[in-house]
Design a protein around this ligand. Structure first.
Ligand SMILES: [Zn+2]
Length: 211
């Protein structure tokens, strides 16, 4: 049995991002009474998008999608604590969605704050912020490992580490979703589910899928 749902959804996101970059938004502006009435009866979103909370990375805009198209989970640093996993499990098991995209972005403040914490540990972080940073820390420490130990990076080396950490943080999330959720692992194996990473460029608006 071939399940085309993930492939169709991925193509729709790529097409939508191209419209966003070209400035020819079409679907996000397609809202009227009829659309709302139709959606009030139920939802069958084409994709789950896990993105950073950053105000510049709004998935519906970046992918030019309308109400009902994207089941969006947003948390600073696009990390995947249990409640995020539960949200994804709900969407794929109850709403028929077969594509999950975890999207990181350039210039991520959560990644930068984590690098700052790695380089200059602070004793004034709140427990909640520390929990968030600890989730991002492995990717940042791994990306930082190729640079001179100790001290504070700046300039192009800091940018390199931040970009690499952003990508690794996405890979960590994709990997963990597939290994730590039994439901998602089973659907990846047997039920046409696809989980992929992506990165969004604040500068160009382009989303690159890390396929
Ligand atoms: Zn961010």
């Amino acid at each position: 049995m071939t399940d085309r749902r993930a492939a169709v959804a991925l193509q729709a996101l790529k097409d939508g991002n191209r419209r966003f970059v070209e400035g020819t938004l079409a679907r996000i502006t397609d809202h009227d009474d009829a659309v709302r009435k139709e959606l009030s009866a139920g939802q069958s979103p084409l994709a789950v998008v896990v993105s950073c909370s950053d105000s510049r990375v709004a998935p519906s805009v970046v992918f030019d999608q309308r109400l009902g198209d994207l089941f969006t989970v947003r948390v600073a640093g696009n990390v995947t604590p249990l409640e995020v996993v539960g949200s994804i499990e709900f969407a794929v098991s109850q709403l028929g969605t077969r594509l999950v995209v975890v999207i990181g972005h350039t210039g991520c403040g959560a990644i930068a704050a984590t690098l700052d914490e790695v380089e200059r540990p602070s004793d004034s972080l709140t427990p909640a912020l520390r929990s968030l940073i600890d989730r991002i820390r492995p990717a940042v420490e791994h990306a930082r490992a190729d640079s001179p130990a100790g001290g504070i990076l700046d300039g192009s080396e800091r940018r390199r580490v931040l970009d690499q950490a952003m990508r690794e943080n996405v890979h960590v999330a994709v990997r963990e979703l597939g290994s730590e959720s039994e439901l998602l692992a089973r659907m990846l194996r047997d039920d046409g589910l696809v989980i992929i990473g992506a990165e969004y460029s604040l500068e160009t608006g382009v989303v690159d899928f890390l396929e």
